[in-house]
Design a binder for this molecule. Sequence first.
Ligand code: ADP
Ligand code: MG
Length: 587
Amino acid sequence: MAKNTDSDTNRSTAGKQVADFLRMAQRILRCTIGESARVEFLEEITGLLLGFSECDAVELRLRLEDSCLRCEASSDVDQPLVIETAFRRNPSLNPLLGHGWNSDRVEDICRMVIENHHPASLSNFSRGGSFWTGDLDQDLPGSRTKEGAVESESSSTVMMYASLVAIPLIGANETIGLVMLKSRERHCFNAQEIELYENVIQTAGLAVVNQLAQASLRERIKELTCLYSLAQLAEYPNIQLEDLLQGIVELLPAAWQYPAITAARITLHGRSYTTANHREEGQRQSAEIFIHGKSRGRIEVVYTEAKPDLDEGPFLREERSLIDAVARQITLIAERRLAAEERTNLQDQLRHADRLATIGQLSAGVAHELNEPLGNILAFAQLAQKCPELSPQVVRDIEKIVVTSLHAREIVKKLMLFARQMPPQTTQVNLNVTIEEGLYFLESRCAKSGVVLERRFAPCLPTITADPSQLHQVLVNLVVNAIQAMPTGGTLKIVTSVDDRHVILTVEDDGMGMSQDILEQIFLPFFTTKDVNEGTGLGLAVVHGIVVSHGGRIDVESTPGKGTRFELRFPVAVQKDQKEPSCHDLG
Ligand code: ADP
Ligand code: MG
């Protein structure tokens, strides 16, 4: 048996050391198999290196686009500390050389390691680009403060150590950060160890790059899955907006980094949709929902447990773009729904207008056909009246024929008005004047029925092009309806006003009002809810015909038991010789 020499012992110790480092590299690689999020992965590696190196602290710095993620594990605390700081580029290395070191010497060293560029005068760099000192006081004099003393935010934790190694963390082909091993002991590392550490950290670098790529791929998949599910939900036939928003809010947690502690809420038009675990407090990310350019609500994602700061609070940059994308999708969905509703309303209106027009044509035809025989009946009845020696009974009967024929002619006239078969005799009209004239004949009727008439006329109205007698007819029909709607009396308001393009007449009562069902039919000729001798069902049909033939429109609001409000708009007359509308006051 060969006797063990010193050099044999050294060789076997060295061999064991290499094997240990190899095992460490493998453990780091194994960490990439799990699906841990970015921060947890860095914590895992840092913790492994701390245990393996037996140092007092290990810090892993990862350079992101414009910030630096720092994860520090130390023997003094259980949980690694993770912070994200702004990445400070070193404008030039020269200031370091000229007049000694600036206050953040260790920071400068870190930057040199990451940028793989250091002044020749600094001899503490290994061939692999690592900075290495066994005695900070000697190599970076003045960089170390007394233990526990805080010098500056970024360097305070480093300063209490004596041995420091900063090893570049190299990704696919560039330095992506560094790993710092820190020990209070002097001369904790030797050259051979540094080389072994460099190899392990190289493996760690590849593992980090791989893991980051996997993590962002996973984030992307989650993001796309979320948007895809959202699109599918939106296409669900006949789904109500409320159900859709509830569905969307339930989709959100799965797309965030920590689904188990993620809650979400969507608020739209004052209504909220939340996941069961939603709570008011906690770190949150939110995006506004705009509908037709106006903010109408927001989406909020809340973490129910505190998580370390990342790109945006504890949230990832990808999550910001996802929440914005979801907000945009909700905008699109809500706007599409509104457009569909408007389309349906418009179609309803068109159908209504079309129905009125058809009925109009029909009535016009009937009216024409009836006009002549009615005229004959009336004429012959009046002729018969002139016959001598009629018995009083016959005279009374013929009188009835005359009265009934006149009544029938009235109806025919109204039908023709409704069907716009009677062309308006238009002049320039001041609505205040016409309404005042019309009310003159209605006041006594109001008073008799216990109706208080309130007038509020805009003092200065532009003229409209209208047929005054038709406007009288409109007023009479509306006022008579209002009086009939207030059988025990009430208040009738007649208001005129003006906007930039219309003169507006409002007739408002506080009578019985109408149900939605009635409201939808009031302009149909012969539609009435009144007894035979109270109503013909032609009043509002005529009002409609007249207003439309004047290029105007009618809006009605009615609440059963509260009252009814008719608003009639007539276009302001365009005057050739006058840009400003003319202004007549009453009286
Ligand atoms: P008529 O008055 O002959 O019934 P109209 O065309 O004038 O016919 O009115 C149609 C129907 O509209 C009425 O029967 C009534 O039900 C309803 N209506 C009209 N105006 C009012 C009002 N101011 N308040 C309540 N209901 C009204
Ligand atoms: Mg009526």
